[in-house]
Ligand binder design. Structure first.
Ligand SMILES: Nc1nc2c(c(=O)[nH]1)N[C@H]1C(S)=C(S)[C@@H](COP(=O)(O)O)O[C@H]1N2
Ligand SMILES: [Mo]
Length: 412
């Protein structure tokens, strides 16, 4: 072992440089893939590619252990060389903290099923937070140390390169070097570019912790006009769940559709005794029930204690009468694109619900209102938003995300 360590440590200066370069490329790759995975815009564009990209991100993330471990082997010597350079030491600590934090939270997100929803939630927020702070830091770090900047500094200082780090009482000390100015400009540029999105993200996180401010915004933003508004049952207002905890991330693969009494309807057809269709007037009169359940997205976030009010899927199936041949149902979204398939066996769950209200209020358009499917036992990609049709079929249906790599069995 010590023989190997010795070998690894030989010529460490060059090795440090190459570790630094490798690490830089890995961070760049992870940053690009990570930002694309995060961005709502790319969800729709990428489709199936998103699942691939996620695996690339995970694989590169795991591979990032190698340069970190190699650095740790050389760290002792590096540390000696940094003697008397507290700023550079601090930089090493900061970068290592980010790398370890990303790695640890990333592994939890990768193994979210083992970690459970609460751990994954914390890991996701940590991963995002580290990215918001760490990425600008690293961009600043690499830009402000780029060779062209060093060269420009040398010209400013008018000192031979070998002496530029030496305290030199005779040399004039300019108040603002050209390098300091360019660094300041880079820092300001990054702050202006990243700042607003960071503040928005940060606000969303705060809103999700306490008073559900986030939800109020979603309700204000509601572009549906469904009349009459559904009257909440006593169990919904106030919600027996005590109010949802956490915030929904608005996911959609299409522009968000808007509905009103004219363009909205609900239908059940396929292998049923009689196909049925409701307009809003008749649909709001169907008997509803209330349930409290948690909502888990497969990407790691959850919203707890949702009080949903709606029609149990069972009741709708019973109204139409399911033919013996039928094995599963396709749930269609009014966005015209999104679907998900669920077997009748799975739909026998009491809590499978066609939801009309959340915490005593109509479901806003961003969250899939006026009507969305809720399958509390399953990951939320089964919970089709803007639900407008149920079709009973003989076989199995592979839905939108299921075609793109998500498991058709989605039990949490
Ligand atoms: N029509 C439609 N339904 C959908 C989706 C979608 O993109 N379009 N995304 C699914 C996924 S992956 C999740 S996690 C939840 C998110 O629900 P929310 O946007 O209300 O938070 O909706 C599910 N239902
Ligand atoms: Mo999801």
């Amino acid at each position: 072992m010590s023989g190997l360590l010795k070998k690894l440590r030989q010529g460490y200066g060059k090795k440090l440089v190459s570790i630094h370069a490798w690490n830089g490329w890995i961070v760049l790759l992870l940053a690009l893939s990570g930002l694309v995975l995060l961005g709502g815009f790319w969800r729709g564009v990428l489709g199936e590619g998103r699942v691939w990209l996620k695996w690339i991100h995970i694989a590169v993330g795991i591979a990032s252990v190698l340069p970190i471990a190699y650095y740790l082997v050389l760290a002792g010597k590096h540390w000696k060389r940094l003697k008397g350079k507290p700023k550079q030491k601090l930089n090493v600590y900061i970068v290592l903290t980010f790398l370890f934090g990303w790695l640890l939270s990333g592994v939890i997100l990768w193994q979210f099923k083992l970690a459970g929803p609460r751990m994954s939630n914390v890991a996701l927020v940590t991963h995002d937070l580290l990215t918001w702070i760490g990425l600008p830091y690293i961009i600043y770090h690499s830009l402000s140390r780029a060779r062209w900047l060093k060269d420009s500094n040398r010209r400013t200082m008018q000192l031979p390169p070998a002496e530029r780090d030496v305290y030199h009482p005779a040399a004039p000390q300019p108040l603002y070097t050209r390098r300091a100015f360019i660094r300041g400009a880079i820092g300001a540029g990054i702050a202006v570019t990243v700042g607003p999105s960071f503040l928005k993200w940060f606000g969303d996180q705060l809103g999700s912790v306490g008073n559900g401010r986030n939800m109020e915004q979603l309700i204000q933003n509601d572009s549906n006009v469904m009349l009459p508004a559904p009257e909440p049952l006593p169990d919904s207002a106030p919600p027996i769940g005590g109010g949802a905890q956490g915030s929904f991330r608005v996911y959609t693969v299409t522009p968000i559709p808007s509905f009103n009494n004219e363009n909205w309807s609900m239908r059940i057809d396929g292998l049923v005794d009689k196909a049925l269709e409701w307009d809003w007037d008749t649909f709001v009169k169907l008997k509803r029930t209330v349930q409290v359940s948690d909502f888990h997205c497969v990407t790691g976030w959850s919203v707890y204690n949702n009080t949903w009010e709606g029609i149990p899927v069972k009741e709708i199936l019973a109204l139409a009468g399911v033919k013996g041949k039928a094995k599963s149902a396709i749930f269609y979204s009014g966005d015209g694109v999104y679907t998900s398939g669920i077997t009748l066996e799975q739909l026998a769950q009491d809590d499978a619900m066609i939801a009309v209200m959340h915490d005593g209020k109509p479901i806003p358009s961003d969250l899939g209102g006026p009507v969305r499917l809720i399958m509390p036992g399953m990951y939320a990609y089964k919970s089709v938003k803007w639900l407008n049709r149920i079709e009973l079929i003989e076989g199995e249906h592979i839905g939108y995300w299921e075609q793109r790599g998500y498991s058709n069995e989605a039990w949490v």
